[in-house]
Design a protein around this ligand. Structure first.
Ligand code: FMN
Length: 424
């Protein structure tokens, strides 16, 4: 920990109102303004990226998001070897034979599209389904990974049909492998809505409440509910998930999208035998939308679940340590990354950690808790923005106009008051 206290050197005026210790959004408002002063020690200590979420210890907050980077033993092992804080495996269900993928199943948006093949990739659409590998195989690999990496956090992502017995069987079987937690995929936007799976549950609060009830009555490890952004108010299903016993929420899954139309063939992308279907959008372009959704969930958690050990795992368009810092500043406990790993490989975690540490050094934050949720307080209503701006304008005008009357001169502010009435 960097040592901080009022008797030490003030490091930077611009961050003078940041919390002194443990400024989690959960208890931020209870601290006095005097306490909320950050001053730095002269010798900086290496920032500590480790986090503990729902009792699970991770060396850093970076978690592989469910998807191709968590499809099998080899890639998950690689993620642990490269230093990811945790891994969420590709979503599994009881009967993989019902999962039939097509190819191509990805399409990318580049800067300068449509027509540019060279621009930077900013958006990614997939029409990929959940894992098409047999459940038995995936379970064997989870067990092998936990045997080889007992101290690392492996989270199973699961999805089932609207069937209590099926959910109970799936939970039982994944838990037997020794996984540390379960993420429920209530959010896959494409594929299998006819089976009442994924977003079909996450978009329907009544259904969600019932299914979460079954899940939480059965599960013995922490459960995170993964939310879909394809809904008007994401805080509503998040609230239902927490009220029905989930220990955390994850957001966001992909955004329903049509990547584009090929202007030569006039066919939509990704094009399978001349046809396409709407898919899920991810990568850099979704980051601002994900920030908005995470902010909305975090505000709900702060106002309705303050002090409880519920956690928030943020996802969407993370490619840099700065992207992750933004999520944490909004209240996230962990940050998941999926598409960026598909683009840059597992070594990305080293860059993410190093950039997050740079950010922390800049502000003299020694732990993740030091800045978790700090920016949430700066959101308000539009009406309040108008009030604040009108007040600021009034004050600026008052300064420009100087004293309204000779009775306003003071002894302490005499020189400033004189200055305020000088024109050059
Ligand atoms: C190709 C692909 C496959 C995905 N498969 C799953 C999945 O099986 N289960 C799931 O919960 N999310 C899945 N996702 C969603 C990601 O976990 C993540 O929520 C989303 O892509 C946004 O994060 P990102 O911008 O870091 O990719 C998938 C995403 C991609 C790109």
């Amino acid at each position: 920990m960097a040592s901080i206290g009022l008797t030490q050197i003030k490091w930077r005026n611009s961050v003078a109102e940041f919390p002194m210790t443990r400024p989690r959004w959960r208890d931020y408002n209870s601290r006095s303004r005097v306490e909320l002063r950050v001053v730095a020690s002269e010798t900086q200590v290496e920032p500590d990226l480790s986090v503990t979420v729902n009792g699970l210890k991770m060396p850093n907050p970076f978690v592989i998001g469910s998807g191709p980077p968590g499809t099998n033993y080899t890639v998950m092992k690689r993620a642990f070897d490269e230093g990811w804080g945790g891994v969420i495996a590709k979503t599994v269900s009881l009967d993989a034979a019902k999962v039939i993928n097509v190819t191509p199943r990805y399409a990318r948006l580049r800067v300068g599209a449509n027509g540019s093949a060279k621009g930077q990739i900013i958006g990614w659409e997939n029409i990929e389904l959940i894992s098409d590998r047999p459940l038995e195989t995936m379970l064997k690999e989870f067990k092998q990974l936990k045997d080889e990496y007992p101290d690392r956090i492996l989270i199973a992502s699961i999805m089932e049909e609207y069937d209590k017995a099926a959910w109970e069987e799936l939970i039982d079987r994944v838990e037997q492998t020794g996984i540390d937690a379960i993420e429920i995929n209530f959010s896959c936007p494409h594929g299998m809505p006819e089976r009442k799976m994924g977003a079909a549950v996450g978009q329907d609060c009544a259904l969600l409440e019932e299914v979460c009830g079954w899940i939480n009555a059965k599960a013995t490890v922490p459960v995170w509910a993964k939310m879909t952004p394809n809904i008007t108010d994401i805080a509503q299903p998040a609230r239902v998930a927490l009220r029905t016993g989930c220990e955390g929420v994850s957001a966001i899954n992909t955004i329903m999208s049509v990547m584009g139309i090929n202007l030569n063939t006039l066919r939509p992308e990704p094009c399978v035998e001349g046809y396409s279907t709407p898919g899920g959008y991810s990568s850099k372009a979704v980051h601002p939308i994900a920030l908005g959704k995470v902010m909305s969930i975090a505000q709900m958690m702060k106002s309705e679940f303050e002090g409880k050990d519920y956690t928030l795992s943020a996802i969407g368009g993370v490619e840099t340590g700065g992207d992750a810092a933004e999520f944490i500043l909004l209240g996230a406990d962990t940050v998941q990354v999926c598409t960026a790993v598909m683009m840059h490989g597992y070594g990305l975690v080293k860059k993410l950690c190093s950039e997050l540490k740079d950010f922390m050094r800049k502000h003299n934050f020694s732990s993740i808790e030091d800045f978790q949720g700090v920016s949430l307080q700066y959101f308000t209503t539009h009406m309040d923005l108008v009030r604040r701006q009108q007040e600021a304008i009034r004050q600026r005008k008052a300064i420009r106009q100087g004293l309204q009357s000779d009775k306003d001169w003071t002894g302490d502010g005499f020189v400033t008051e004189t200055e305020s009435m000088v024109s050059n």
